[in-house]
Ligand binder design. Structure first.
Ligand SMILES: Nc1ncnc2c1ncn2[C@@H]1O[C@H](COP(=O)(O)OP(=O)(O)O)[C@@H](O)[C@H]1O
Ligand SMILES: [Mg+2]
Length: 349
């Protein structure tokens, strides 16, 4: 979709595209009233108005205001061509952050910190009567510099375009429908989703479970597959024990709880968070930093060092591993720093 340089509603100037999905696109933009950058999600208006996923998303986001794990709603509207949602601009999504890590893995500490917040975010969505149905790393992004929080970064939930109401407005449970179509993303979908069953709260948490295993292991046994049925076969073949091999026993307990739930059962979110917290306590993690925060700090110190000693020829090149769309790994040179630590310390004295 092409945009003119004219600001949207004389207020929002498009900056760049930050995401593209099957229904619409996401842009960063400058809000001339708030005088800050925001995110704009747009969806073309289809002739028959059958695709109303952004309308649904807007209504869910409004209901979630007040939840610390949801983006702040700013505005919504439509013009001749598209419907739009203006919201707070977050940082990178978890899939992007994962890809930037060595071997595409997060540490146990980072995984636990994220997992606890992701459970809470999902719980909020369920509390307002919806199942998300597309829980995956790219549907969570980081809010930086949160005020008055010991932890300055929060993990927020995104993308309610596939969500479905499971509670009627009067609080009664909607009976499951038969023979529904596949919804979600094959890699993270629960077996119920593969079997085209109506999804419930436990299915969101099973997708979260697959995401956490991917964080820790760098991939899932079916990550290389595209075909949905092939993926389903592997999910059946890899029983839970194999999937959590080498991980703390709490991950087995996590899955066993989800497996014990029926369609209308409420998951025990508190218990799931406590399982992750137990690991954190046992490992003595305290309020440790996220992997990317540590990396950023290291970058800063390398950068400062290399500036201080830029007249020295004693430098090393540092490379970052990046995977392109064909799965090809490229090494990208991005900073040079001082090689000889002894020399540097001598200079400092
Ligand atoms: N408020 C936001 N702030 C920053 N990035 C966002 C925001 N909303 C979406 N994104 C980015 O755009 C991507 C796609 O957005 P999403 O809402 O998941 O739509 P879809 O997957 O349906 O295209 C996300 O994975 C995320 O990287
Ligand atoms: Mg998405």
């Amino acid at each position: 979709m092409e945009f003119s340089s004219q600001p949207l509603n004389d207020r929002w100037c498009f900056l760049k595209r930050i995401g593209k999905g099957s229904f619409g696109e996401i842009y960063s933009a400058y809000d001339m009233v708030l005088q800050e950058n925001v995110a704009i999600k747009i969806e073309p208006i289809s002739k028959d108005e059958k695709r109303l996923s952004l309308l649904l998303e807007i209504s869910i986001l409004k209901k979630l205001q007040g939840c610390p794990y949801a983006t702040q709603f700013i505005h919504c509207g439509k013009n001749l061509h598209y419907r739009f949602l203006i919201m707070e601009l977050l940082g990178k999504n978890l899939s992007q952050l994962l890809k930037e890590q060595t071997f595409h893995q997060f540490s146990l500490l980072t995984t636990i910190k994220l997992g606890i917040q992701m459970i809470s975010a999902i719980e909020y969505v369920h509390k307002i009567g919806f199942v998300h149905r597309d829980i995956k790393p790219s549907n969570f992004a980081i809010r930086k510099n949160v005020q008055n929080q010991p932890d300055k970064e929060l993990c927020c939930i995104l993308d309610f375009g596939l969500a479905k109401r499971f509670l009627e407005k009067d609080g009664k449970y909607r009976p499951p429908r038969l023979g529904v179509g596949f919804r979600g993303t094959a890699r993270y979908a629960s077996l119920s989703a593969h079997q085209k069953q109506d999804l419930s709260r436990k299915d969101d948490l099973i997708s979260l479970y697959y995401s956490l295993i991917e964080f820790l292991k760098g991939s899932l046994p079916w990550s290389h597959l595209k075909d949905r049925d092939e993926i389903m076969k592997l999910k059946i073949r890899y029983n839970n024990l194999e999937l959590c091999q080498g991980l703390p026993p709490e991950f087995t307990q996590f899955f066993l709880h989800l497996q014990s739930l029926g369609y209308s059962d409420e998951p025990n979110y508190k218990y799931l968070r406590s399982l992750l917290r137990n690991i954190s306590v046992r490992e003595g993690f305290g309020n440790g930093k996220y992997d990317w925060e540590i990396q950023e700090e290291q970058m800063m110190s390398i950068h400062t060092d290399s500036k201080e000693t830029s007249d020295s020829g004693n430098q090393i090149k540092i490379y970052k591993m990046e995977t392109d769309s064909n799965g090809q790994i490229n090494l990208k040179e991005f900073v040079t720093s001082f090689k000889n630590e002894k020399e540097r310390k001598k200079k400092e004295k």
